[in-house]
Design a protein around this ligand. Sequence first.
Ligand code: PRX
Length: 649
Amino acid sequence: MSSGSFESLSHENRKFPPAQSFSKNAHISSLEQYSKLYAESEKNPDAFWKAQSENLKWSKPFKTILEWDEPFAKWFDGGELNASVQCLDKHKGTSVWNKTALIWEGENEDKKSLTYSELSQLTNRTASALKTLGVKKGDIVTIYMPLVPEVIAAMLACARLGAAHSVVFAGFSSQALRDRINDSQSQTVITADGVSRKGKILDLKSEVDRALQNSPTVKRVVVLKRAENTVNMTVGRDFWWHEIVPKAAECEPVACQSEDLLFTLYTSGTTGKPKGIMHSTAGYCLWTQLSTKWVFDIKAEDIYWCTADVGWVTGHSYVVYGPLQLGATVFLYEGAPNYPDWGRFWKMIQNYKITILYTAPTAIRAFMGQGEDIPNKYNLSSLRLLGSVGEPINPEAWLWYNRVIGKEKCPIVDTWWQTETGGIMISPLPGATTTKPGSCTLPLPGIFPAVVSKEGRSSKPNEGGYLIITRPWPSMARGIWGDPERFKQTYWSEHKGVYFAGDGARQDQDGYFWVMGRIDDVINVSGHRLGTAEIESALVSHEAVVEAAVVGRPDALKGQSVVAFVTVEKSWKDRADDKMIQELKSHVSKEIGALARPDEIRFTDSLPKTRSGKIMRRLLKEIATNGVAIGDTTTLEDAKVLEALSNED
Ligand code: PRX
């Protein structure tokens, strides 16, 4: 098994036509229909977006479609709407209202389901309780919760009040939570007493308490009882969810401007701390709705499962906002994929007759490693569509997914997008696009990506280059919270007037996109995005560490693994042993979260640097991967450093 999409080019020309049942019934049901829609969006964008905007429920119509003051966009200016109305109230009086919105299963097989009307009631009460506590339009509410129906109600309750949510993945440590709270100046935190993972309780409330020791802005904490875990409640600051939500009243939605902030979501970049990516109301709602309809082709009877946690953008767009706007039945699973064994996913697909599965290549590779006998024990015949997201899917994993899980009858949508794009940009449309294993194929209507050289020249077919998007789109990030300069610098300065995604890619002779992965100092571990700088600063915050350089090494299972080169302070040199390696690994887990824990730590006397003092990560990456550096070393200040590192293997 190889880890990159490009090691197995022999598969490239093996094409898979869309499944017949899709071609007949899909929302976009032929290549001709797709091409026509795409051409319309290209030739007359205003008319195209105006027509699409009718899919939203407006309380006041907008005046202009797009005002573009590069790189800041205003979509549908003058309009008013509320995101919770798009997901809930809009369905009142239709057949969706009494239909199941959420089916939830916990790790211990506890079960719960809510209709749209019940989810609406829960959201209303949560909004009303938050309002009574003082949450208001324009606030930022931090949500640090397990994947339970209440987390969705909490997100939608914020939207109902016109407050932005900032969801922090519950696997992040108290320090990471603290940094995110402090950056956003959030005054409210919603959390739970704990979450059960592989039979063990993770004490979320204690993490919050630790974070709040250094987060002075927080005035109130709402705590959901989830794990029967004993926690400390601070009088006047902490409130039990069950004491304030069930007795709260209905809550009218606040009228929000199209451009009002719907949420911030922190994601890793190349430098320093994670950045709060900002998304606004109308454009984000419109695009998540359209892309869900086109890519997942959701129908009234579908049971749809996106396995992402709401702590990531995939959970925001394709667990919450996209499918709920379409009135879909969404399945949620709170636990680990291999608990109590590797059959868990397939058992749930069988039991709940799940029809659409959207997951990450790293999960597919992990299942693949366990052998096909496990999924073969279960009846997976309900599945009709499979999706992939988060990292390049290598053709071997694609073919296994197609054969063993999809039984060669389910189209596979390999969807390329990012936290910053808000929704899917490039993906097959299941009724229209012939797929090629490993390629995310073609852009969605209204989206104009391209591949260019460093100088901005269009790449030739099959020539690698940088992935850019040349026109604004409704769900594009509106900025980085508190740092407009960084937003301009990171995404809009590499090539004039276009969005720079930070990914390497090529387009083949058919115009299909093949995304190779990050070209910057961001690494992708099990579909989770991590900044090397972030892990380095966690390492140097340990008293023994003087300097650290972190690189990603290709990994057959996780896509990339984390390798750290560390120099220690003189007085610690004698103690630079296995015990210390474990200590440093735990230190990173404590600083960021277990997902950033280095797989390997190597001690070194010095790091390879250019004459101007920049660490040459490229060489370290080669050493981590191949044991030696064979690339250009002419700019290296001291060649001996490299010898010492290479000899270590
Ligand atoms: O490198 C690309 C990779 O994930 C990055 C975005 O990460 P994040 O903002 O955390 O969002 C992940 C979920 C959308 C991208 O820059 N990526 C995402 N999807 C794909 C992908 N790489 C290749 N193929 C994909 N389908």
